[in-house]
Design a binder for this molecule. Sequence first.
Ligand code: WTA
Length: 655
Amino acid sequence: MNVENIDSVLHEERLFEPSSDFVKSATINSAESLAALRRAADDDYQGFWAKLARDEISWHKPFSNVLDESNAPHYQWFNDGLMNVSYNCLDRHLQTRGDNTAIVFEGEKGDITSLTYRDLHAQVCTFANALKAQGVVKGDRVVIYMPMTPEAVVAMQACARIGAIHSVVFGGFSGESLKDRIEDAGAKMLITADGGNRGGKIVELKQAADKALASGCASIESVIVFKRTGHNVEFNRDRDVWWHNAIEGMDSVCEPEWVEAEHPLFLLYTSGSTGKPKGIQHSSAGYLLNSILTMKWVFDIKDDDIYWCTADVGWITGHTYVAYGPLAVGSTALIYEGAPTVPDNGRFWDICQRHKVTIFYTAPTAIRALMKSGDEIPAKYDLSSIRLLGTVGEPINPEAWIWYHKVIGGARCPIVDTWWQTETGANMIAPVPGAVATKPGSCTLPLPGIIADVVDEEGNSITTPDKGGYLVIRKPWPSMLRTIWGDDERYVSTYWPKFDGKFYLAGDSARRDKDGYFWIMGRIDDVLNVSGHRLGTMEVESALVAHPRVAEAAVVGRPDEIKGEAIFAYVVLRGDRPEDGIDEALTKELRAWVSEQIGPIAKPDDIRYADNLPKTRSGKIMRRLLRTIAKGEEITQDTSTLENEAILLQLQGKV
Ligand code: WTA
């Protein structure tokens, strides 16, 4: 797609200044102090990051190298320093905030637990010792497939403590997806649970894990199973050990493993346009640094905040803004296990009221869904404790922004619309809420030290307001991904393919308005954004084609009011197309099949059967055409190269 031809149709002129109340208590509370930070980064880029890294991270051995560019685009930060992420999240708070609450947890059924920093520290150390007792050592990969409970965070922190590399797999993924990730990571251990509570049902995690292990995963030596639901699950005594048995008799003291700043903290799998999911590899110190800074700059975090990021730990947002960021700055993080709809659509607001949440961070898809259920629901709750709202994952439409602002934020809270990616590790373009006025739908301006730009095909900055281009980052930053696990070539070819490999290519298109505000326009590749989650069209297609009745499939996104994008699949069957293109039983079967292969989020919303897929002469599927059809729009593309124009009617569902 030629991004320069994307003209924006959205023109939003409203500007929201932060209230004087908010500004009064904000850490960065003026345009001047923000400008001073930006200036510091401009004047001495390395000095800027070095100072922050010294101020914000507790080092075991201080670093002297700041940025090593000798092997670009394999940048290294602070690489001769030694530190430990878990030490920075826990131990360093024990003296000053040991009795402060680190985590407040609410299960879907209403059970509430709260852990002080001292409690969490003891749990992490105990579990870290259990991991060691199971033979896990520095550099080993541990896959975590857990419900949203504090134990997921304990498991992640325990890995960090001993230098094991975790890879969290979202609990909504199927056994099949779990298997792919375990195998790609070559994981030695799997940490899972008997199940989790979500949507009034039990998520059968252990069952899915057993399925994954039965079909492969030769590298797995043992499985630790946390008892969450207590329902009956199969248990393989040679391989499985209950969490409560694994920690029995373990010491609650565990000296952290001092690792190099560049030691991988975790892998997190994310979708690309082609091929299998990419194991995005993050570092320890650089990742931690931007997590801390954005907690301070974007979320204006204070010790007495109750910070609730609703993301699951299976996504990057749940890593940076649940498991690491809030703890690294010593604040209180709220974790909720379940769905926003249990027992009704007021659950989020009920939680905010009861726990006096002060900062609330969620995805536009959730906002839209809750908005749909009406203003009367949030009106029943006292949301006056909230002082700051955030969004992430996809562009937020102005209508939802205004609703969020008025109905949830009582028109008094700034909204931080944060643009970033699994690959960037932390917020990149986002308002500093006490210093930047916001516009509904814009993620506003890059954070200090983040040199974001919108460029044309040749890599020149686009200075014409509202003209679309490639979103790039011109300089390396500490929390950037380091590589793709096991596929370094793909790292180089995916993120540094253009502009002489000098800029990081985000894969999004964007424009800047006359005030320099950034507006994200969408992905430039074939990646769907369903309910804020990136899914490769390719993955859904492969899943469909794996079904014995499917010969070929093409998947595109179609705009959806709630989910952002819905999945539209065009399918060519082996044998005959169903009469009139309708076979409800098969459609149901294929949807269940994809759900089984990848997970329920990947289930196609629409399936349409055709004798053929529209292809160019070179054999490429005409995705743009398929997108037009999926949207129900009139076809304006040239279709004369189609082998069989009659299939257009089939694809449109007209015959
Ligand atoms: C999209 C999620 C517009 C974007 C943290 C990006 C956004 C992809 C925003 C990354 C936002 C994320 N406004 N679009 N505030 N935040 N995106 O890796 O397309 O799951 O490239 O990371 O989500 O998705 P990922």
